[in-house]
Write a protein that binds this ligand. Sequence first.
Ligand SMILES: NC(=O)c1ccc[n+]([C@@H]2O[C@H](COP(=O)([O-])OP(=O)(O)OC[C@H]3O[C@@H](n4cnc5c(N)ncnc54)[C@H](O)[C@@H]3O)[C@@H](O)[C@H]2O)c1
Ligand SMILES: [Zn+2]
Length: 362
Amino acid sequence: MSKIRVRLGINSYNIYIGSGLLMQTARQLRENGFAGKLAIITNPIVKRLYGNALKQSLTREGFKVTVLPVPDGEEQKSLEVAGRLYNELTDFYSERTTPILALGGGVIGDLTGFVAATYLRGVPLIQIPTTLLAQVDSSIGGKVAVNHGQLKNKIGAFYQPRLVISDISTLKTLPTQEFNGGLAEVIKYGVIGDKEFFAYLETNLDRIKSLDERLLKEIVYRSAKIKAEIVEKDEKDLGLRNILNYGHTVGHAIESASDFKVEHGKAIALGMLAAGRISNKMGLLDKTELVRLKSLIQRADLTTELPRLEVAKIIQAMKHDKKILKGKVRFILAKALGSVFITDEVSLSLVERVLVNWNEET
Ligand SMILES: NC(=O)c1ccc[n+]([C@@H]2O[C@H](COP(=O)([O-])OP(=O)(O)OC[C@H]3O[C@@H](n4cnc5c(N)ncnc54)[C@H](O)[C@@H]3O)[C@@H](O)[C@H]2O)c1
Ligand SMILES: [Zn+2]
């Protein structure tokens, strides 16, 4: 088992990463001072795969456990569902010391985090992420939220978990498409934070895709460490944390222009390539590194083909999403693999050019 300490003063916590950790949850909880009652929020798929067994093992260890299932799907991240969960927690006589465990992907993590942050003005939150995206991204850093109308992830809080338990063996049941979506974020960490990690992914991608546990543990550990270090420096997202959005400026626009038919991971892969090409055109990232980025994205079975969307629609979505000042949009650009920076100097016309000429670009 590996451990990462996220240092945030009194809100510091540990991330545990390893194989088979789920069944050791009772020990981790006790070591962190928890006993008695606890609630698990999960969805029916994850409950069947892991929730029932987790409940049994915790009950055997003397915890009094209730499982609160929420249907699968992004639309469950809502105030309405949060409201229902508050009632269910109250029926269970939850107190301010009763921890809530988020067992599932990012949807469960964000929703449970929001409920934990707000119920009784905050109860202990334990993240037990079961998707690659959740293990490397959403369970770390304390952004919790629900959606509300057009406001995606905009009703929320910064609320750090007390503990994150990432059992990499749970990734073995993940649909391939979900796994690959998580790989997009893993590749992102290589680009933003560590060129040696990027090279490690190039060397080992095939074994990673075959779900070799040693490698899974390594990529989750290294990605989580990069995210944790960024969060430590900018917990409240006032500057540096923005670099975690590498690939997301164009990526989010593609997602929304496609009415969310293009999945997040694929959209982000396209966004990372777009940002790479823009960087190259601005005299930053060199061609060899741009080609390496494209080929790693392809090998991860993430697309580099821009879907048939009107470029104008993508640009419109970007305008809607971002503050545009004098025709310039905020971007995360790459100087080289492993080194990015935030700039307000990218012109919309350059972004448009890269999108229009997509098939002719490197
Ligand atoms: N808080 C943050 O910082 C942050 C960062 C990135 C993304 N997010 C949020 O995360 C969400 C996306 O998370 P996600 O990609 O994990 O999607 P998800 O939670 O919808 O999970 C994807 C699918 O995998 C299933 N699943 C989960 N674990 C499984 C397992 N071990 N085996 C088999 N199936 C499993 C789920 O039931 C679901 O159908 C979005 O709502 C996004 O806004 C939050
Ligand atoms: Zn993302």
